[in-house]
Design a protein around this ligand. Structure first.
Ligand code: HEM
Length: 133
């Protein structure tokens, strides 16, 4: 059974796999950790249904992005959303929210010129001497 978190239905990759359009008539795909039931869209796809069924029950993120779909295509996807992948199996796993690295904040770490480093060292020396003395 799928887990429900808030209003969102959560599925494991194993559960998505069942809906491969063969053993099960439904075609589910995963795009960026979101699960879509695109069964009713197959006949309307400008690239043909086969291109989508190739990814039935699987993650289609690379295939979908490699084609370079328009923003309209991405908007269309939304109406087929049925849930999300469970946290443990997400590709874009969230890191510990409390630990922020410079890559999370988008700010580069402070870089000091050699002269500035020497000045800071001198300051630290004075503080240390003050404590010792
Ligand atoms: C699952 C993997 C998918 C692959 C590999 C794929 C591939 C392609 C290809 C090759 C075309 C070009 C067709 C042509 O010009 O003859 C195309 C067009 C298009 N596809 Fe897909 N597609 C996929 C899934 C989807 C899905 C799920 C949607 C929407 C729900 C979608 C929406 C569209 C739209 C709207 C176009 C027209 C061009 C555009 O607006 O980008 N596709 N696709």
């Amino acid at each position: 059974m799928a887990v429900v978190e808030g209003d969102v239905q959560l599925y494991s990759l194993e559960q998505v796999k069942i809906h491969d359009g063969k053993s099960d008539p439904k075609v589910w795909i995963v795009y960026k950790d979101i699960v879509y039931d695109v069964t009713s869209y197959l006949d309307d796809h400008p690239g043909g249904g086969d291109l989508i069924t190739e990814y039935a029950g699987k993650d289609c993120t690379k295939g979908f992005d490699d084609f370079g779909h328009s923003s309209d295509a991405k908007k269309m996807l939304k109406q087929y959303k049925i849930g999300e992948i469970i946290q443990e199996e997400r590709k874009g796993k969230k890191k510990n929210a409390n630990v922020k690295t410079s890559s999370d904040t988008g700010k580069s770490p402070i870089k000091l010129a050699p002269k500035e480093k020497t000045e800071i060292r001198s300051c630290l020396n004075i503080i240390t001497c003050g404590l010792c003395g």
